[in-house]
Write a protein that binds this ligand. Sequence first.
Ligand SMILES: [Mg+2]
Length: 395
Amino acid sequence: MTTLIVDDDPFVIKLLTRQLTSLGVTGIDGQTDSSAALTAIADHLSAITLLFCDLQMPGVDGIEIVRHLATLGYRGGLVLISGEDARILNSASELARVLKLNVLTALQKPITVAHLADVLTRLAAMPTGTPPAPRAPRRSYQGDDIAQALTRGDIIVHAQPQVSFADRHLVGVEMLARWLHPQDGLVFPDQFIAEAEAAGLMDGFTQSVLQASLRAAAGWAALGLHPQISVNISMDNLISIGLVAMVETELNRVGVPASQLTLEVTESRVMQNEAAALDVLLRLRLKRIGLSIDDFGTGHSSLAQLRDLPFSELKIDRGFVHGASHDPARGALCSASMRMARELGLSVVAEGVEDQNDWDYARLVGCDIAQGYFVARPMPPEKLPAWLTDWNAQR
Ligand SMILES: [Mg+2]
């Protein structure tokens, strides 16, 4: 077993080490430099069973470490420590729990041996074989299968409506890829996207999805419907040379105006490759294509990074919207994201609006647009007009 203590105060590390040793704990490591700690955590992830993390540190702070732990899929026990008031500690541990980390407890300094004895009891009681990291891909499909699906045109799209909080009118639709598999039926992207990326198929995949989405848009336009069309693109697409030209060609082919298209990029991925993505993002934006930062709250963007990237919209991740009304940590993240977006002049989509409470809360904090089961589930494009008639009848 390895225990890691991350605290910028060497005295705290020394004291905790002595106290833990007196309780029979061996293999204790301390780290005063938080960015060096991040590297150590990434390198020894599976060996670390217990991690103490101070919240206030210069440079990389405790909250950033918590986010990294979640991204890495850390499965050991976590103890948050702080000299600050209990409220900050509580909301930090709520955040860590939302991110599915095993938070044993949150301790206010000074820490006593009795506190640590309690930590060890909780650690021993922690269920082993806890669920794997949430984003572990299910590798049930091979690159060859996906390549074949692309050739055969088996990749289709479903449309999920987005409506305005202010007057409930239809603003846009997110086009979600589905694989109409000859044996397995409708296969969702989380079951094959990782494989498609690994096989270098994302350019072809995104082009198929874009084509299907724009065909749907042209069909709706013939009925007088012109919702904003949101299509997810991957980081692979953004750093490939041909994206801008491909998007323009497809728009021209169906006669959909560039300003009716929004491309969504996942926050965590774009921030890892900020420099590489920037010029493509700028060129897309110059052509009046909307750019949306997707799953916001799951990465760790700073206001400065966001300001440097030419986004027009921000989508708050479902994890910080659904249930936010009765969960202070989610609520805090939701409203903090809102303030950030306002400062940057971005329009804000709340994802995961699944019930009346989510709707009321996201509306209250000032989100512009709602997406989620409370509005509608994703549907085949041809069903959208009928759904809209029903929806408008209820308005
Ligand atoms: Mg999306």
